[in-house]
Design a protein. Structure first.
Length: 233
C-alpha cells in the first residue's frame, strides 16, 4: 500500500474528479423576502480554502450530523474546489469523516476516497487518516493537525434542516462558537508504502494553515506523476 500526505490525497481527489442537533447560526439567502425563513448554517471542517458551500442534512443524531455538501449555485467545480458531485461529511464534536466517489472514466476507472479524523477540541488538534483507491491501487495517509478550528467554514443548509431540531448534541454547536477562533495550524505528515510500483513519500512540515494548503497543491504534481506511472503498468 502506498502512503501519501493527507493534503495531497485531497488535492488528488479534486484533480482526478474534474475533478450534531447543533445550535445553528442563520443567514438569509439572496433575494429572500421578509417572510422567508432564514437558512441555517453550520460550520464544517474542510482542508482547503473558504468558499460558499451548501449542504443537505442526510441524518442528525446525538453524536453527529451527516451532510451532502456541494458548491453554491453558480459556482463551478474549478472555482470552488469541490468535485462536481460534491461529497458527504459526517461531523460531531470529536469525530469527522468525509466520503467521496468520483465518476467512472471512459476506461472504467474511478477514485474512491475516505478520510476520518479524531478531534480534540480542548487541544485544538485532529488526528486523521485518509485513504484513496484508484483502479485497485490504495493509498493512505496519517496526519496530526494542530489548529483545526482555523479550518472550520460555514455551510448553508438548503434541505433537511428539520432533522437538526430533532436531535441535541454539543458537537456542531460547540464548533460553531469556535469556528473562527484564531489559531495557527501545523501538520506533521509521514508515510511509506508499496503499490504496483514501489514508492515512498515522506514529509514533515510546520506552517500556517493557508501556507499548508498552498504547499499541498505543489506536492500534487509529484503525486499525480507517481499515480500516473502506477496506472500505466
Amino acid at each position: 500500500m502506498m502512503t501519501l500526505p493527507l493534503g495531497s490525497l485531497l488535492a488528488l481527489l479534486a484533480s482526478l474528479s474534474l475533478l450534531p442537533s447543533p445550535t445553528v447560526a442563520t443567514t438569509s439567502p439572496p433575494n429572500s423576502n421578509s417572510n422567508s425563513t432564514p437558512s441555517p448554517t453550520i460550520p464544517i471542517l474542510f482542508f482547503g480554502d473558504e468558499f460558499p458551500m451548501v449542504g443537505s442534512v442526510i441524518a442528525s443524531d446525538t453524536s453527529a450530523v451527516t451532510l451532502a455538501v456541494q458548491c453554491s449555485a453558480g459556482l463551478t467545480s474549478e472555482k470552488c474546489g469541490l468535485p462536481g458531485g460534491g461529497f458527504t461529511i459526517t461531523q460531531g464534536s470529536r469525530t469527522w469523516e468525509l466520503g467521496y466517489e468520483g465518476p467512472k472514466e471512459t476506461d472504467g476507472t474511478n477514485v474512491v476516497g475516505t478520510e476520518y479524523c479524531k478531534l480534540d477540541p480542548v487541544a485544538d488538534a485532529a488526528t486523521c487518516t485518509a485513504t484513496a483507491s484508484i483502479q485497485g491501487t490504495a493509498m493512505d495517509s496519517n496526519t496530526v493537525l494542530s489548529g483545526y478550528k482555523h479550518m472550520m467554514y460555514p455551510v448553508t443548509i438548503t434541505a433537511g434542516a428539520e432533522k437538526l431540531a430533532a436531535s441535541s448534541d454539543g458537537g456542531a454547536s460547540a464548533m460553531l462558537t469556535t469556528a473562527k477562533a484564531t489559531a495557527t495550524a501545523t501538520a506533521t505528515e509521514t508515510g511509506t508504502g508499496t503499490g504496483t510500483r514501489t514508492a515512498t513519500v515522506t514529509s514533515t512540515r510546520t506552517n500556517a494553515a493557508g501556507s499548508m494548503v498552498t504547499q499541498n497543491a505543489a506536492v500534487l504534481a509529484g503525486v499525480v506523476a507517481v499515480v500516473g506511472g502506477m496506472l500505466a503498468v
